[in-house]
Design a protein around this ligand. Structure first.
Ligand code: GDP
Ligand code: ZN
Length: 292
C-alpha cells in the first residue's frame, strides 16, 4: 500500500498524490459508503495503485485533523481570511470564520488584500485584532506587496482561503503559486455563470500547499455550538475569565461583567465585543432550535 493525499475528487474518481509527487487515480471501496464516509480533498490516505491503466483503490482514510462541510475539505491547518477595501469588509463574517477555525484547532490569519487601493485598512484591522492573537497581513495581489511575508506564514501548512466574493482570493492564489487558477474577472464570470461552484482542489507549488475552493466564500463546519463555549474562541477575553459577578458569564449584558468593564476602560475593542454579542445571539438561537 502507498500513502498519499487526495488532491481532487469528482464523479467518484479521486486523484491522490504521493510524497514523491506521483499522481494516481483511485476509486473508493464500498465499505466507506457503508460507514457514511467519503474521502475529501486534503485527506491523507492509504491506497493500492491500479495495474497499468486501471484505477486503484482507496483503502484507508487516516484520522482527520480538521473537517469542513462546505467546501468539503479535510486537514486545513491554516485558514487565511481575506478582506479588502472593496468589497467593504464584513467583520462579522471575519469573526465567524475565526470562531470556526478556533473550534477546530486551525490557525487563522487575516489577509488584507488590495493594499494598493487603501493602505489604511490593514492598520485599522491590526488595531481591532491586536489582542485577538490574529496576525494581520497587508498584501496586494496586484503589486506583489507583502506576498513574501504571506508565503512565510503559509509555508509547511495546508492552507485555505476564505472571505467574501471579490476580495481577491483567486488572484492571490495565482500570484502565490504561479498556477492559472480562474479568477473572477468579469468576462470569465459571464462565461461560467456567477455562482457555479467548482470542485475543491489541492494545489502544491513553490513549497506551498493550498486549497483552491473557488465558488465557496464561506467555510462551514458540522454541528452547533454550545453558546457558553463561544467566548473560548476569543483569546482577548481570557484575562477576564472568572472576574465577572456571575459564573459562568456569557459576557453579554450581565451586571458586573469584567468584559464590559474592560471595554469601558479602553482595554478591549468595543466593535469586536459588540460583534461577539451579535454572534452570541445567533449561536444561542441555533442552539435553542437544534432539536426542532
Ligand atoms: P475572489 O472572488 O475572492 O476569488 O476574487 P478575485 O480573485 O476574482 O478578484 C476580484 C477582483 O479584484 C478582480 O477584478 C481582481 O483583478 C481584483 N483584485 C484582486 N487582487 C487585487 C489587488 O491586490 N489590488 C487590486 N486593485 N485589485 C485586485
Ligand atoms: Zn462577563
Amino acid at each position: 500500500m502507498l500513502r498519499g493525499v487526495i488532491v481532487r475528487g469528482m464523479g467518484g474518481l479521486y486523484t491522490a498524490r504521493t510524497p514523491a509527487g506521483e499522481a494516481y487515480v483511485l476509486r473508493c471501496k464500498k465499505k466507506f459508503r457503508r460507514l457514511g464516509l467519503s474521502p475529501l480533498v486534503g485527506d491523507e490516505i492509504l491506497f493500492t495503485p491500479g495495474e497499468e491503466e486501471e484505477h486503484g483503490w482507496v483503502e484507508e482514510i487516516l484520522p482527520r485533523k480538521t473537517v469542513c462541510v462546505r467546501p468539503p475539505v479535510a486537514n486545513v491547518e491554516l485558514l487565511l481570511i481575506v478582506a479588502a477595501p472593496v468589497p467593504a469588509p464584513d467583520l462579522l463574517l471575519v469573526d465567524r470564520l475565526l470562531v470556526r477555525a478556533r473550534q477546530q484547532g486551525m490557525d487563522a490569519a487575516l489577509v488584507v488584500n488590495k493594499c494598493d487601493l487603501d493602505a489604511a485598512l490593514a492598520g485599522e484591522l491590526s488595531r481591532q485584532y491586536a489582542r485577538a492573537e490574529v496576525p494581520v497581513l497587508p498584501v496586494s495581489a496586484r503589486t506583489g506587496q507583502g506576498l513574501d511575508d504571506l508565503r512565510q506564514v503559509m509555508a509547511g501548512r495546508l492552507c485555505c482561503f476564505a472571505g467574501l466574493s471579490g476580495v481577491g482570493k483567486s488572484t492571490l492564489l495565482n500570484a502565490l503559486t504561479g498556477l492559472g487558477v480562474e479568477t473572477g474577472d468579469i468576462s470569465q464570470k459571464i462565461q461560467r455563470g456567477k455562482n457555479t461552484p467548482r470542485h475543491a482542489e489541492l494545489l502544491e507549488a513553490k513549497g506551498l500547499r493550498v486549497l483552491d475552493t473557488a465558488g465557496f466564500s464561506l467555510l462551514e463546519m458540522e454541528g452547533g455550538m454550545d453558546p457558553v463555549t463561544l467566548k473560548d474562541a476569543y483569546p482577548e477575553f481570557a484575562p477576564y475569565e472568572g472576574q465577572c459577578r456571575f459564573s459562568p458569564c456569557y459576557h453579554a449584558s450581565e451586571p458586573g461583567c469584567a468584559v464590559t468593564a474592560a471595554v469601558a476602560a479602553g482595554e478591549l475593542d468595543p466593535q469586536r465585543v459588540e460583534r461577539y454579542r451579535e454572534l452570541l445571539a445567533d449561536v444561542r438561537k441555533a442552539w435553542r432550535e437544534r432539536y426542532d
